[in-house]
Design a binder for this molecule. Structure first.
Ligand code: GLN
Length: 452
């Protein structure tokens, strides 16, 4: 038996597997919008919409992957299938990048590559996330820290990805994007190799039994437990997962501007010269993960400290804080552009500060959400309900793409969103301030009910 303070080795296996998978996903993502614009010559509007649909489907596919795992395949097999599909997808994008000048070849390759990544993520993401919690007894108090550690694995991968894949792919020469995609594919293969080599040794429950097997392979006794009818409490808990997932849609749709409108902003309106060196646009995607790595332990200790004092905020309250931080981040970036003349570029410190605030928000909301879903979900729907949590990201990413379509462009008609005129980048960013603050207020008003 592991000591209460230390964590099972399986956690570090899942950490490494997910780290390389996220390296692959975010390495690709750092290049995607830039690739569509500079290599495939799509315009910003189309790029935003496609980006939103793609990332939306990436997070919707877990619904299928979670269901298939809970019913038929188990988590282990689903993760391997997902990993293989994702690697294939990245390699298809490598070929799309190789023949980018011939649209009749590049475009079909590009779309099928995205399709493979979507399907692969569907099998991979909910299942790896569920397995983290299965390493522990249901009420083990180490689960929250386990998810925080796992979240750091996610972000270690996400941090390296733009620096490595971005540097290889985002060089100014559109023929180089493919090297970034190739590297992303190799990252996925590393993830798979690690998982397959060590899964049987380390993916065990506290009693030493293998976890993540297909339902047909688990003992009759275990199955009877899983198949017991849902109780009233189970149903209420499922509803809470649903309601919280709804609120986080608004969080992620503003947060996920990172890959689209905030990337356009970084490319066009930011003074990226630092000490004679031009910071590549894709590198800004590393700020959020690096802040996660630094501040995840800080917030985790803060929660522990507060809980010792008996003053730990409830999960819904933390999530409302997450939305407030997000809103503050957009206030900062809106202030940066409020009085500038067209064509003048602003200091990167504004964007850095914004990403820091967004990250503080994410840390109040995302690892807590994963852990909460694991604790509230009945065992037989564990992966499926994890997928419901990711469905919020799906809706949000799609919506993020729609909203990014309102990013104002010089010389084009002034867009308006539900009657709100977006005359410039200032108004565009203020849209997210309004959205974040309004949702935070609503969530704060409903915390009592949800907690019960
Ligand atoms: N950045 C985190 C990850 O990739 C969270 C993503 C999400 O839930 N939308 O896992």
């Amino acid at each position: 038996m592991a000591k209460q303070s230390s964590h099972p080795k399986g956690l570090y296996l899942l950490f490494a597997t997910e780290m390389w998978e996220r390296f692959s996903y975010y390495g690709n993502r750092a290049l995607l919008a830039l690739f569509m614009i500079s290599a495939l010559s799509f315009d910003k509007q189309f790029t935003s919409a496609l980006y939103g649909q793609y990332t939306g489907l990436v997070y919707l596919a877990p619904l299928v992957g979670g269901y298939v795992a809970d019913r038929f395949w188990g988590n282990r097999r689903s993760i391997v299938v997902g990993g293989v599909l994702m690697a294939l997808g990245q390699f298809l994008l490598f070929f799309a990048g190789t023949w980018f000048q011939d649209a009749s070849i590049a475009i079909p390759l590009f779309y099928s590559g995205l399709g493979f990544i979507i399907a692969g993520n569907g099998f991979f993401k909910p299942n790896i996330s569920t397995m983290v919690g299965q390493l522990y007894e249901p009420n083990d108090s180490r689960k929250d820290t386990a998810y925080t550690i796992f979240y750091m694995g996610i972000n270690l991968g996400s941090f390296m990805a733009p620096l490595i894949c971005g540097t290889l792919g985002d060089t100014g020469n559109p023929a180089d994007f493919r090297w970034g995609f190739l590297t992303a594919g190799l990252g996925m293969l590393i993830s798979l190799a690690i998982f397959v080599s060590f899964r049987d040794k380390y993916l065990l429950d506290p009693a030493g039994k293998l976890i993540g097997l297909a339902p047909g392979k688990i003992s009759a006794e275990e199955r009877a437990k899983r198949d017991a009818p849902l109780t009233q409490v189970d149903i209420e808990r499922i509803i809470v997962i649903g309601v919280l997932s709804f609120f986080v849609i608004f969080f992620w749709s503003a947060f996920e501007q990172a890959g689209v409108s905030l990337t356009f902003f970084a490319a066009e309106s930011l003074d990226r010269e630092v000490l004679g060196f031009t910071v590549p646009t894709s590198w800004f995607q590393s700020l959020n993960p690096v802040f996660v790595l630094i501040f995840a332990p800080v917030l985790a200790s803060l929660w522990t400290f507060l809980s010792k004092k008996g003053a730990e905020p409830s999960s819904p309250t933390k999530m409302a804080w997450g939305l407030l931080f997000l809103g503050f981040g957009y206030i900062v970036i809106a202030m940066a552009v409020k009085h500038i003349e067209p064509g003048i570029k602003v200091s990167i410190m504004w964007l850095v500060t914004m990403y820091w605030l967004h990250t503080m928000g994410e840390l109040c909301l995302s690892p807590i959400g994963l852990s909460l879903v694991n604790k509230l979900a009945p065992a037989r729907f564990a992966s499926l309900l994890m997928a419901v949590w990711f469905m919020a990201s799906a809706a949000a990413n799609w919506f993020a793409g729609v909203l990014a379509g309102f990013y104002p462009e010089a010389g084009q008609a002034v867009p308006s969103f539900m009657g709100y005129q977006i005359n410039g980048i200032y108004e565009f960013f203020m849209l997210f301030v309004g959205m974040a603050m309004a949702t935070a207020a609503l969530l704060l008003l409903s915390t009592k009910k949800l907690q019960k």
